[in-house]
Design a protein around this ligand. Structure first.
Ligand code: SF4
Length: 154
């Protein structure tokens, strides 16, 4: 039986859910690897670009047009897209600067310009359709395991 092709992608965030994901694999790798090909996951392996996949897990919020374009590309390649962690699901805490005062915004202006960041940080569902969400900061481990078992382990 063909394996489920999975990708794991990270945008603006602290990457704690990625760390948690690799920790979870310590307990589930043997079982999951029989059914899942973690084909596009920089934290696990090198890959030359990305291609069609069954599930994209996406961590982090969207801060720039280039990030939004990459997210749209991932959405176009994935049958199912899962938002991972609070930054992806709600925007926060990565979107704290959306509530900055004019003085605070003036102070960070050189950084926004240097990295071509947008005025506002967006959650994933403001840019693309999201099929499932795993909340938490970092992600709720139990909910993540339940979801991956539901989607991948028949
Ligand atoms: S949701 Fe929390 S743990 Fe996850 S990337 Fe954002 S700040 Fe970090």
């Amino acid at each position: 039986m063909a394996k489920i092709i999975v990708g794991w992608f990270t945008f603006t965030c602290s990457e704690d859910s990625t760390i948690l994901f690799t920790e979870i694999l310590n307990s589930h790798w043997q079982e999951w690897t029989k059914a899942i090909d973690f084909k596009y996951a920089k934290t696990l392996r090198k890959s030359a670009g990305i291609g069609p996949m069954d599930i994209a897990f996406v961590e982090g919020a969207i801060s720039s047009d280039s990030q939004a374009e990459k997210l749209k590309k991932i959405r176009g390649l994935a049958k199912t897209l899962v938002a991972i962690g609070a930054c992806a699901v709600t925007g926060q805490p990565s979107a704290q600067r959306n509530q900055f005062t004019p003085e605070q915004l003036e102070a960070i202006k050189p950084i926004l310009e240097r990295f071509s960041y947008n005025d506002k940080v967006q959650r994933l569902d403001e840019v693309v359709k999201v099929d499932y969400s795993v909340p938490g900061c970092p992600m709720d481990e139990t909910k993540f395991v339940e979801l991956i078992n539901k989607l991948c382990i028949k």
